[in-house]
Design a protein around this ligand. Structure first.
Ligand code: BYC
Length: 472
């Protein structure tokens, strides 16, 4: 079961050949996916051989194999984590029942909506990153973004499999629609806000991988707890791929911070724009932006949707089965940050409707650990500067804080103060222009752009100056 059948048109470990109807539906979707990939995937590199990893089995060890592949020939397919014998619904009203192998009829619409929302983010991110190859800071980074892109493509396959296998005609229609919406399109935008923002440069890309892919980690982890077993198994395998995307983000920002510190020391100045580096305050403004739009992805602080997902057994908490409470949460409360006139206060709210906020708390704690590691680099250079996460109420468009102006340190401010100060807090036109001016491609193996340090090691034990993408 762990091995993946690569002999069929669609690689899979779900015995696709035994289900002709599903196989036909997916084989019908496959050329449409490829058409979308060619139209909306990485621009200008489709014919280049890239050193990519491909899943060969879903075992804990050794599931990845590395080789040169042209991206349109990447073997996208359907990989589910191993089934857990005797698995049950572990929370909500159906707690203790056997996990569902088929969609419970009464939850069909809700479950489909969750799967579509998850699925929609995957092609959206590929679309957002479409132009970045042309300004890569190195071949190593070019290979990494393509790895991320093909895996997001595979995550789309994962959700389309669930839609086609379990939602009949509606599912097939949703699968088509996933290829028709476009990131940032005024008429047919992607579903969630952050996935309609632009990712116009590599600083934004690394921030996106750090903050927005991390939302992916927490959402997938919650869906991996689902009582609908195929969704759980799908998300469990997706999480193994997601880890690399967050690594790309965290290590990318770390290398930019390191380069900034080296330039500050070398030139004895904070003004790195003369020296082709990205100064720490600019990094902070990009961090503020990407963190705040990613916080929005968790939905409203108080959400009956979230309560229903949980009570129905469809979407759990992060690490649900490690928690020792009753997994029903009908009596429990949870502290939630709220607006109280001109102040932000914390109040205990019913735990069920607070599940979005609870997941956001887990997420913020995880982000904070990454920021601490970046600050460690700054500290080691003897520089007196600290990157910080903005307050959760800063620059929000979803939830209780969407209506107020809040500073990164969590003060509610007047519109006048916001107008006067927001340039200190969010990327300015000047910042964007400067960052854009740095986006000159560096494609000689082992060479790196002026604004980013080389990584400590290459991919899969290879040298940093390995030819990760054959451009010749
Ligand atoms: N933008 O009760 P509310 C990833 C909508 S990232 C626009 O506040 P709820 C990845 C909401 O849909 C992970 N709309 O929120 C990362 C609802 O609309 P309907 C993606 C928003 O429902 C990088 C209404 O507002 N996965 O994998 O409790 C690269 C009121 O909703 C937003 C998931 O998100 C927003 N930010 O929770 C590649 C998991 N927020 O239904 C991939 C699946 C809320 O009234 N999704 N709305 O029309 C969910 O669990 C939930 O839909 C959400 C929202 C957590 C997103």
């Amino acid at each position: 079961m762990a091995g993946i059948d690569y002999s069929s048109l669609i690689p899979n470990n779900v015995s696709l050949h035994e289900n002709r109807r599903l196989q036909r539906a997916l084989e019908d979707w496959q050329p449409k996916f490829l058409e979308w990939w060619n139209d909306m995937g990485p621009l200008g590199f489709q014919a280049k051989e890239t050193y990519l990893r491909t899943a060969v089995s879903v075992d804990a060890k050794g599931w990845a194999q590395f080789d040169y592949v042209r991206m349109p020939e990447y073997r996208w397919g359907i990989f589910l984590a191993e089934p857990e014998p005797g698995r049950q619904v572990n929370f909500g009203d159906h707690k203790g029942q056997p996990a569902w192998q088929e969609v419970p009829g009464e939850y069909r619409g809700t479950l489909r909506r969750l799967i579509v929302t998850q699925g929609d983010t995957e092609p959206a991110s590929v679309e957002q990153q479409r132009h970045l190859g042309r300004t890569c800071p190195s071949l190593y980074d070019l290979r990494n973004i393509f790895q991320v892109n093909v895996e997001e493509g595979r995550h789309l396959w994962a959700m389309v499999y669930l839609l086609d296998a379990h939602f009949g005609r509606d599912g097939r229609e949703e699968s088509e629609a996933l290829l028709q919406r476009r990131s940032g399109d005024a008429d047919k935008p992607r579903i969630l806000g952050a996935f309609n923002e632009k990712t116009p440069d590599w600083l934004s890309f690394f921030m996106f991988c750090f903050f927005t892919d991390r939302d992916g980690k927490y959402q997938l982890a919650s869906l991996a707890e689902s009582g609908f077993d195929p969704l759980s198994r799908t998300c469990r395998f997706m999480l193994t791929e997601e880890a690399h995307h967050m690594f790309v983000g965290e290590a990318g920002i770390m290398r930019i911070v390191q380069r900034a510190c080296e330039l500050m020391r070398e030139h004895k100045t904070d003004d790195l724009r003369k020296h082709g580096g990205i100064d720490l305050p600019t990094i902070q403004r990009y961090l503020n932006f990407h963190c705040s739009v990613s916080l929005d992805l968790f939905g409203s602080e108080i959400s009956t949707n979230a309560a229903n997902f949980y009570t129905m057994g469809l979407k759990g908490r992060f690490e649900e089965t490690k928690k020792t409470d009753d997994h029903l949460l009908k009596q429990a409360t949870y502290p939630v940050a709220e607006l109280d006139g001109e102040r932000i206060v914390t109040r205990d709210e019913p735990a069920l409707v607070s599940l979005n906020e609870r997941l956001r708390d887990d997420y913020v704690a995880d982000c904070a650990r990454g920021v601490t590691r970046w600050n460690e680099v700054i500290r080691k250079h003897g520089i007196d500067f600290e990157l910080t996460l903005p307050h959760r109420a800063f620059h929000r468009a979803i939830g209780s804080f969407a209506e107020v102006r809040v500073s990164p340190d969590g003060r509610i401010v007047s519109q006048a103060e916001w107008d006067a100060r927001h340039r200190d807090w969010l990327p300015t036109e000047d910042d964007k222009e400067y960052i854009q001016s740095l986006m000159q491609p560096v494609v000689e193996p082992g060479k790196f752009a002026s604004w980013i340090a080389p990584p400590a090691r290459g991919v899969n034990g290879l040298a940093v100056d390995f030819e990760y993408v054959r451009l010749g």
